[in-house]
Design a protein around this ligand. Structure first.
Ligand code: PLP
Length: 418
């Protein structure tokens, strides 16, 4: 990994991580009689008190269905839900609120595009391009789509450091590529893909681009207009918000032409047995009662995140990542998986004599929560000829002390397994 720059180091010091930790109640508990060290934010981030309060308040005070009734509670709930949409719009720098569709999460957002855009647009012989480092959520929906339409799934290989290089990408792009679906940041490896450059290449060939932003939103700046991506998907629970709520951003001119994904209440303007007229964007894609408290909680998470200078958060995390990388490299018999320059937030690793699940169990007994397994990225594991890794991943609340605790716990693994 690259040296941490003096600017990053200085801004990291300007970030008061101890103060931030006070905002996250889940951090203040013991597990197995030890203070919790949470290093699994790539799976889900912990929630600040303000998000918990916002969700609580919806159920305690503004508990009503939205867009439907004239009574005051419903008006308040509707206003809060739509305010949350505006917060998401501003966070992604989308030009219009109509481009923000609430979903259950990244997975549903990707499935929405594959069902709606994919089934209405793809023909036999068309190609969908993904990369080798995708999460299963950004592979399986396209596989199903290809099986149903006769289109072909094409895979851009990654390097042994876990990078997706321009040349490899260009080699796989063709006149038949209709859509590129790729991660902005890899969950298993922490690689940040050079998405601006790759989007421009895809557009030159007339292909649309969907970015899976699940791991990006809390670690890199996202500006959908500057990126010029056609679709962007993310989950609230990886941005310090609730589970069960996520977002699909789509360019209005594309969403407008796409057929509904699901039918039901709220997505219609009028229904007769002969004909249904669909609602305007974004409601056309929001059938049924949505996760109202979840959307409000996501809005509160965006408020919380935006109350900091994002540059300071990123610099702090990068400094902790650098510290962790050096500390883990010094553990005898430990091998890092995923060493792309400029990577963020996640450290996958193996130890010579211990299976990742044993590592996870032993460090858990020391109070350290990490993830073990294939991380829903089995093709990544296949690339490295392994079945699983142990993965420590960072959030804004992690400090060097957490890394010291992890390394101490890994020493126990070595004592037990040699
Ligand atoms: N894509 C990536 C890169 C992820 O890391 C994840 C979750 O870990 C997902 C997609 C799926 O997110 P969700 O389960 O919130 O829909």
């Amino acid at each position: 990994m690259n040296e941490v720059s003096p600017i990053v180091a200085a801004s990291s010091e300007a970030f008061d991580v101890q103060r931030v930790r006070e905002d996250f109640p889940a951090l203040h508990q013991d597990v197995h009689g030890k203070p919790l060290v949470y290093l699994d934010s790539a799976a889900t981030t912990l929630k600040p008190q303000s998000v918990i309060d916002a969700v609580d308040e919806v159920y305690a005070r503004d508990c009503a269905n939205i867009h439907r009734a004239v009574h005051l509670l419903s008006q308040r709930a509707t206003a809060r839900f739509e305010e949350a949409r505006e917060k998401v719009r501003a966070f992604l720098n989308a030009s219009k609120k109509t481009e923000i569709v609430f979903t259950r999460g990244t997975t549903e957002a990707i499935n929405l595009v594959s069902h709606s855009w994919g089934r209405s647009s793809l023909r036999e012989g068309d190609e969908v391009l993904v990369t080798e480092l995708e999460h299963h959520s950004n592979i399986v929906p396209w596989q199903i789509l290809c099986q149903q339409t006769g289109a072909k799934l094409v895979v851009v290989p990654m390097t042994d450091r876990g990078e997706v290089l321009r040349e490899a990408f260009e080699n796989k792009l063709s006149e038949r590529t209709r859509l590129v679906a790729m991660a902005h940041v890899s969950n298993a490896l922490g690689t940040v893909l050079p998405v601006s450059e790759l989007i421009a290449l895809a557009h030159e060939r007339g292909a649309l681009v969907l970015l899976d932003g699940a791991q990006a939103v809390s670690h890199v700046d996202v500006d959908v207009q500057a990126l010029d991506c056609d679709f962007y998907a993310f989950s609230g629970h990886k941005l310090y918000g609730p589970t069960g709520i996520g977002v699909l951003y789509g360019k209005e001119r594309l969403l407008d032409k796409m057929p509904p994904y699901q039918g039901g209440g709220d997505m219609i303007r009028s229904v007769t047995f002969e004909e249904t007229i669909y609602n305007d964007l974004p409601y056309k894609f929001e059938a049924g009662t949505p996760h109202i408290a979840g959307a409000v909680g996501l809005g509160a998470a965006i408020d919380y995140f935006s109350s900091f200078d994002a540059e300071l958060i990123h610099a702090h995390e990068n400094a902790v990542l650098h510290y962790a990388t050096e500390a883990l490299k010094a553990v005898p018999g430990l091998r890092l998986i995923g060493t792309a320059p400029g990577k963020v937030a996640a450290l996958s690793f193996l130890m010579e004599s211990a299976h990742p699940h044993d590592i996870g169990t032993i460090v858990d007994a020391e109070g350290v929560a990490i993830r073990t397994g294939h991380h829903c990225a089995q093709p990544v594991m296949e690339h490295f000829g392994i079945a699983a890794t142990a993965r420590a991943s960072l959030g804004m609340y992690n400090s060097r002390d957490d890394i010291d605790a992890l390394v101490a716990a890994l020493r126990k693994v070595r004592e037990l397994f040699g």
